[in-house]
Design a protein around this ligand. Structure first.
Ligand SMILES: [Mn+2]
Length: 355
């Protein structure tokens, strides 16, 4: 079923009214025509390579449903919706491919735990992941060519590769990545999956030379291979491990000082990759690979505010690994996720003087 789209003025009329959104309506309660949008959200209903538990493929739809409860005047960035945000529909072929390939990926993981994976299963998953990357990249290019800012809403963290590659072409002068996560995501072909969620920044650093600097925050669960890769990145990589952030605060540094230090590591143009599991799992109990500890919601938002105040240009972003409660009983994960998403929209909108 195709929904009828709202012009910018109709969408604003709906949103300014402040009445509860009609059930089934789009992000925030409107269905803005992407042709009239300045921020385009590309959904990635994808959790093929999730290693611990799937569910994040339902992130985009859960976030849209939760967004109907959001108060639209944001404490950090104001009336963000006025920028003109369009959340594209889930593409059927990606949803179908995800369901089919998830089964084959689970077979690969089960076979691996007993010995070797079937090369046919592995090839099918890798080819499907390449098709996902192409879909995201094509959608991103179309959004960028229309003059809009493109962002990805996952899905697992394999989702944004195509977007970051498209931005690499658009900004050959380079940009940095501010990466919130409990994990480095620097593994080479985790479990044999070339485009694993756990390999996203390995793939980015290998395939997007325009990414001049990767700055990771909140990291607290990693393997030796990833630490070695980070060391080998040299000046291109910088990590603020969660333990170190905690120690700095415990020893009396203010969060403001720490945030300014983090932001100072970034070049003038910045992409933000936000894995929800960078936050304390009280904010994301159903995410694929939760890890104790992590940033509080307020700490993460403060860091985004410091980034905005620094005047750096935000070239795009992704929000990944938001997974709704598997029992369907709680909207909490999506509720937090849609708030983080609205802040990220505010950050790019502010940076591009759209609000
Ligand atoms: Mn991640």
């Amino acid at each position: 079923m195709t929904k009828s789209l709202d012009s910018y003025s109709i969408a604003m009329e709906k949103l300014e009214r402040g009445t509860p959104p009609v059930e089934g309506s789009g992000f925030l309660g409107a269905d803005l025509d992407p042709k009239e949008a300045k921020v385009i959200l590309i959904p990635s209903p994808w959790d093929v390579t999730t290693s611990y538990r799937p569910g994040t493929s339902r992130g985009p739809e859960a976030i849209i449903a939760a967004s109907h409860q959001l108060d639209l005047d944001d404490g950090s960035f104001g009336k963000v919706y006025r920028a003109g945000i369009s959340f594209l529909p889930n593409p059927d072929f990606i949803e179908r491919m995800n369901a089919f390939l998830r089964i084959r990926a689970e077979k690969v993981m089960a076979d691996l735990s007993e010995g070797e994976a079937d090369p046919g299963d592995l090839a099918a998953v890798n080819e499907g992941s390449a098709a996902l990357n192409k879909y995201v990249r094509d959608a991103a290019v179309e959004a960028l060519e229309s003059g809009a800012i493109a962002a990805v809403v996952g899905g697992d963290h394999a989702s944004p590769l195509g977007l970051i590659q498209a931005l690499g072409d658009k900004h050959p002068d380079g940009f940095g990545v501010l990466h919130f996560d409990a994990h480095h995501d620097l593994r080479n072909a985790y479990e044999g999956f070339q485009f694993s969620h756990a390999s996203i920044f390995h793939n980015v650093m290998e395939s997007v030379p325009a990414v001049s600097r990767l700055v990771q925050v909140g990291i607290r669960d990693f393997c030796e291979e990833e630490r070695d890769y980070m060391t080998a990145l040299g000046w291109r990589g910088s990590v603020f491990y969660q333990r170190d952030l905690f120690k700095r605060k415990a020893r009396g540094e203010t969060w403001d000082t720490v945030c300014k230090d983090i932001v100072s590591q970034l070049p003038p143009k910045v992409y933000v990759s936000f894995d929800i599991d960078g936050l304390d799992p009280v904010c994301c109990p159903s995410t694929g690979t939760p890890v104790p500890g992590g940033l509080s919601f307020d700490e993460a938002v403060y860091l985004l505010e410091c980034l905005a105040e620094s005047g750096r240009k935000i070239v795009g972003f992704d929000l990944c690994e938001v997974s709704p409660d598997p029992n369907g009983e709680s909207e909490w994960d999506a509720n937090v996720g849609c708030r983080v998403l609205y802040k990220l929209c505010g950050l790019v909108a502010k940076s591009s003087n759209l609000i």
